[in-house]
Design a protein around this ligand. Structure first.
Ligand code: CA
Length: 225
């Protein structure tokens, strides 16, 4: 599970972020002050959300202290334009910033973008025995070393599954993440893409199916492939 640390003193924002992140399967720890946040970094986090207006010290100072010991990616939560100017002006090692008030969806998109950069190497293998390999750079998927002939949506659906192994996505989530222009009937569009992906694998191995269908929930990558 991906662990994220939120250093923020406002209860309303803590609650909003907690609900949004936990709904997406992240584990969130919350620190109320800079000092508390720094202490909590004894634990290993994949990403830090850092408020600038903290009660004990500014988020800028906290980041400087974080950077002395950790390279963990940091997203600043900023409240004012004057803070944004400072975030942009200072090269103190924040990875991104988001301006309050922000929507949970926007925050999740920023978090995902950073995690994609920092967590995933350009080539991912499901595991060392896996028959499937993906090249994020070439946007290709290989089955036993042979290139699969996938359409852009088919590739992007597989890429989404690879980035979140073991997770089941609803059809709506798949469409949100993959389609550039949403279609009216997302159920049918997503089902067709899944059917086509399965057919591409079957061209190489008629018994092979890497996709898990969970009735009433959606699709994902099987954990043992
Ligand atoms: Ca604050």
């Amino acid at each position: 599970m991906i662990k994220i640390l939120l250093i923020e003193d406002e209860p309303g924002i803590q609650e909003t972020i907690q609900i949004a992140l936990e709904a997406e399967g992240f584990s969130l720890s919350i620190a109320q002050t800079g000092i508390q946040g720094l202490q909590m970094l004894a634990e290993d986090f994949s990403l830090i959300l850092l408020d600038i207006g903290l009660p004990d010290q500014s988020g800028f100072d906290v980041l400087k202290l974080i950077r002395k010991r950790f390279a963990t990616p940091v997203i600043f939560l900023t409240a004012r334009n004057s803070e944004i100017d400072k975030v942009l002006g200072l090269e103190i090692g924040a990875d991104d910033y988001i301006v309050k008030p922000f929507s949970p969806r926007e925050l999740l998109a920023r978090i995902r973008a950073i995690l994609r950069r920092t967590q995933n190497p350009l080539e991912i293998e499901q595991n060392s025995n896996s028959k499937i390999r993906i090249s994020l750079e070439k946007k290709l998927i290989y089955f036993n070393g042979k290139t699969l002939n996938l359409s852009p949506y088919e590739y992007k659906t597989m890429e989404l599954f690879f980035k979140w192994p073991g997770r089941i996505f609803t059809r709506e989530e798949i469409m949100d993440n993959v389609w550039t222009e949403p279609e009216d009937s997302f159920d049918r569009a997503v089902d067709t893409v899944i059917k086509n992906i399965r057919a591409r694998f079957k061209e190489f191995d008629s018994n092979f199916d890497p996709i898990e269908t969970r009735r009433g929930q959606g699709y994902g990558l099987k954990e043992t492939i």
